[in-house]
Design a protein around this ligand. Structure first.
Ligand code: SF4
Length: 317
């Protein structure tokens, strides 16, 4: 069971922040989910929380999308404390019903084989740790994140529990991660509201923008191999996405380099390699490799796919 501890580490941001509540989660891998038995967890709980039904809303348009969720890989294991959670701001039960706040949710991750190319993969683990929880609705990614926590589940939830689910989900879905530390900052008026969150966002953004620049530096013409993803078959059985250097999928949480990193970890998982094959139509983006791979993975329903067209022969991306 998670316990509250008092420890101070090097600040993560230059932006001045008050000390938060600090919890130390159980780090025994056999007890990853212990204590979460009173909250449903799984894909069946993916959903939206409508107006009037939410206890707390974090991020989103009311705060001009100045919130963020970020998974950051660190190179030095001494930079983080596995299982440490810090909540700067009120706990969930201290927030009045129907309160909307800007926020940041930042996890630092370490593993001997972990690189920056795994950051999006780990962010997906964070995302699933929240989105799969009963009564938690999420849309967006990184600095477009928008989350709601329902009134029904709020009495059984806390930021500590949400963090435990995030950590467990990351460690389960990405076993090369060995340490996870989580920090929440709730942008209450007492700590400066959206301005404070915006200031943290500006400090953090250059790190992921550098990664995006690396991704933008290659083009489809530079590679012979694309990647595909079949994860959403669990909710859409004929669905598969194609990910190329220029094309991100529908969910927006995968890139070419991320797929490459995931496939290297789990070659028999939901990410598959896809030789590009012959180029049939470079303008529409038709390749024999894509046609063949998606035909096989779309229950033999469709034979032709155009990567660059949303009018004719669209992919399921
Ligand atoms: S890439 Fe496509 S199949 Fe994979 S998770 Fe995203 S939307 Fe679903």
């Amino acid at each position: 069971m998670a316990t509250e501890v008092k420890t101070e580490l090097k600040p993560w941001y230059k932006t001045k922040l008050p000390p938060g509540k600090v919890y130390q989660l159980e780090t025994d891998l056999d007890k990853l989910w212990d204590g979460l038995e009173d909250v449903g967890i799984g894909p069946r709980y993916i959903g939206e929380i409508r107006k009037g039904y939410w206890h707390a809303e974090l991020g989103g348009p009311k705060h001009n999308y100045k919130s963020f969720l970020y998974a950051e890989v660190v190179n030095d294991p001494n930079e983080i404390v596995d299982g440490r959670v810090e909540v700067i701001g009120p706990e969930l039960d201290e927030i009045p019903p129907e309160t909307s706040l800007p926020f940041s949710l930042h996890a630092k991750l370490w593993g001997p084989e972990l690189t920056e190319d795994h950051e999006e993969f780990a962010a997906r683990g964070m995302f699933m740790g929240l989105m799969f929880m009963e009564g938690v609705g999420m849309i967006g990614a990184r600095d477009t994140i928008w989350t709601r926590i329902s009134k029904e589940v709020a009495p059984r939830l806390s930021f500590k529990k949400l963090s435990q689910s995030i950590r467990a989900s990351v460690l389960t879905s990405a076993p090369i991660v060995e340490a996870v530390e989580v920090k929440w900052v709730l942008g209450t008026p007492e700590i400066g509201g959206v301005k404070t969150i915006e200031s943290i966002l500006e400090e953090t953004k250059p790190k992921w923008e550098a990664l995006m620049a690396k991704h933008a530096a290659i083009a489809d013409e530079d590679v012979d191999l694309f990647y595909g993803c079949t994860l959403c078959k669990m909710i859409a059985p004929n669905h598969a996405c194609i990910i190329t250097p220029a094309i991100v999928p529908y969910c927006g949480v995968l890139s070419f380099y991320t797929c490459k990193a995931i496939h290297a970890i789990d070659p028999h998982g939901y990410i598959f390699e896809l030789p590009k094959g012959e180029t049939i139509d470079p303008i529409a983006g038709r390749f024999t490799g894509v046609d063949d791979a998606i035909y096989e993975r779309s229950d033999h329903r469709h034979k032709i796919f155009h990567l660059h067209s949303s009018i004719k022969y669209v992919t399921t991306n």
